[in-house]
Design a protein around this ligand. Sequence first.
Ligand code: FES
Length: 143
Amino acid sequence: MGCRTRRDVVKLAIGAGFLACAGCGGGGDPGSTTAIAAGKVADYSVGALLSFASWSLFVGRDAGGLYAMSSLCTHQGCDMAGVTTATGPYCGCHGSQFTATGSVVAGPARSALPHYAVNVDPATGAVTVDGTTPVAQSTRTAV
Ligand code: FES
C-alpha cells in the first residue's frame, strides 16, 4: 500500500461519516407527498408525539393544536422515527436532542426540525400531512 494522498484522506473521512450514520434516511421523504395519512384527531391527546416511520415524520399535539415535523435529524440526516425521550426526539447517531416541537436542545445539530402543514377533515377527523407545504415551527392546526 502506498502513501495516502489528500484525496484518500477525504474519501476515508466521507466513508467514516457514512458508517457512523448507517441508519440515515430509513423512511420516506415527507417533502414529496401531499396527503400523508396520520390517523384521527382522537389519536392525539395534548402532549402526544406519534411517529410515522415510513414517512420519516412526527405528528404531535400541544395546547395550540396539531403539528407535523420531519424525523430526519438536521445534523446528518439519521432518522429518529420512534426514538424520543421525555424531552422529544433523540438522535442516536451523534446524540442530538430536540424538544417535542423540534427545537434543538443539544447538538451537534444546529437547526430545528422542518415542519409541514397539517389538515383535518372536519367530517371524519382524519389527519393528513402535506409534506409539500413547509410551515413555520409555530404553526398549529386547531382541533
Ligand atoms: S445525524 Fe448526527 S446527531 Fe443526528
